[in-house]
Design a protein around this ligand. Sequence first.
Ligand code: ASP
Length: 452
Amino acid sequence: MKLVVSKFGGSSVATKEKIERLADIIRLDAARRCIVLSAPGKAPGFDVKVTDLLIAAVDKALNRQDYAEPAAGVKARFAAIYEPLGVERGKIDEALADLDGRLSSPTSHPGKFRDLVVAAGEDINCKLFADYLNIVGVKAKYVCPKAAGLVVTPIFGDAQPLPEAGAGLAALKNECAEQIVVFPGFFGYTADGDVATFSRGGSDLTGAILAEAIDAAEYENWTDVDGIFSAHPKMVDSPDQITALTYKEMRELSYIGFNVLHEEAVRPVLKKKIPIRLRNANNIDNKGTLIVSERLPGDRDVAGIASGGGYCSFTLQKFLMNREKGFGRRLLSIFEDMGLSYEHCPSGVDNISVILDQNQLKPETVNSIIRAIDEQLAPDETETEFGIALVSVVGEGLVRKIGVLSQATSALSRAGVNIKLVNQGSSEISMIFGIDASDEKKAVNALYKEFF
Ligand code: ASP
């Protein structure tokens, strides 16, 4: 039996009308039998996401303050969505009483308490949605992640699925044959039986874990955008939508500028090469963007142009640097020892640069880095630069094509953009240019025009 896992994000479950549309979407394809939901997101008249209200309630409870207001906000949201849809008031009250139970549980372990409460958004939503589907004649069942065996690490707020989760979850295949399974996103249970959530946006990860476990033919991820665009719509006017791209290309695009899927959501589906399809619940005629393991024939060489600002560089010059053993390692360990991660490390014969996200740095950290570099590496010169933007041309087709780099650099030079650094990783999936942040829009448009 062909099974599709369909995950709907907070914006797709935010109102009564959206829930009705979601039921229509499910009816349109008999393979959509495993549904993962987020908690309701923002909606007209409700400018706070349910998850954020729950977090506010947790913070108040932990500070021994009255949490009645955010808790009432959560209840009002669910009542506003499900009561007009015909879900019995008794069922709604029962689900909401569960929230009260969670909020009055012990707070001695703040992480456990937080996750127990915060996970209620997804859990209540799925219980009520399964009820609603049955009311409209679609046979459905809420499945509790604990009963289904979704075991996770006890890292509260940032749990990871454990390998043994797969075996238990595989049994959902049979459940899906019987009826539609409605599974809450965002959390699992530790081996000790405590609720532990993934990091924010983690329902994407739940969908991917289920897709892997039940050998889904496709993992659909429904949001409120049509898919991935070849450039960010904030940078380029009406950019083309990408019809298909590979997991690696998506990763490169989301690294700077594109916020597509939860970062960890690709790993489970990658193993089994399950395609992910990003779709817009407000525009179901659009087939979205397909993310696959290998390029499809006829795909463009360049999939997209991504960009992002806020980087800085430390560039060292030292005569005969290339002969000094361990120079690069010692340089990088200075950053490591200060708890900083670096993005790129392009080098020349007698020079090397380290590019970092500048938001990690405080003014005093910059001085400490320079001091450590002087003491440990004695360079002839060290230069720091802030306000760098990175622009990336992404495409697995780059490997096959001669002259893409010259095409890109010519386009940038014609646009009057000064390139400060070029980094083409050995995988040849992307070419990254470091430029002045004030040139970002100009550069993205020049590259977009060149390749699309
Ligand atoms: N509701 C959670 C959040 O807002 C998880 C999710 O939507 O994926 O982060």
